[in-house]
Design a protein around this ligand. Sequence first.
Ligand SMILES: [Zn+2]
Ligand SMILES: [Zn+2]
Length: 101
Amino acid sequence: MTEELCHCGLPLHYSDPDIRQSVENLISRLGPSVKVTIDHRTWLVSRHYIALHGLKGAEVESLGFQPFSIKCPQCGVTSYNPNDVKNRYCGNCHQFHEEMK
Ligand SMILES: [Zn+2]
Ligand SMILES: [Zn+2]
C-alpha cells in the first residue's frame, strides 16, 4: 500500500486518527477536493490539505491546486480553461479581468 501524501509533500500528517477518519469519510462521500472560489475564480483544493493546514483565501493561487473555473464579472460567462483561470482571462470578452472596469 502506498502512503497517501498531503499536498505539501509530506505523508498525511494527522495528529489525531479520529480527524483523519472523518476526513476520509467525507472524501468517500463527496470526493477528494473542495471547490474554493475567490474573486470569481474557483480551484479544486484537497480536503486533506484543508483539514491539515487550513486555507487562507488569498494563498490558494500560489499553492498549485488545480484551477477549476473562472466567472467573468463583466459578461457572466464561466470558463473551465485552466489558463483562463490562471491568467484571469475571459475568452468571451477577449479581455483580462484587470482590464475590465
Ligand atoms: Zn501537509
Ligand atoms: Zn467576459
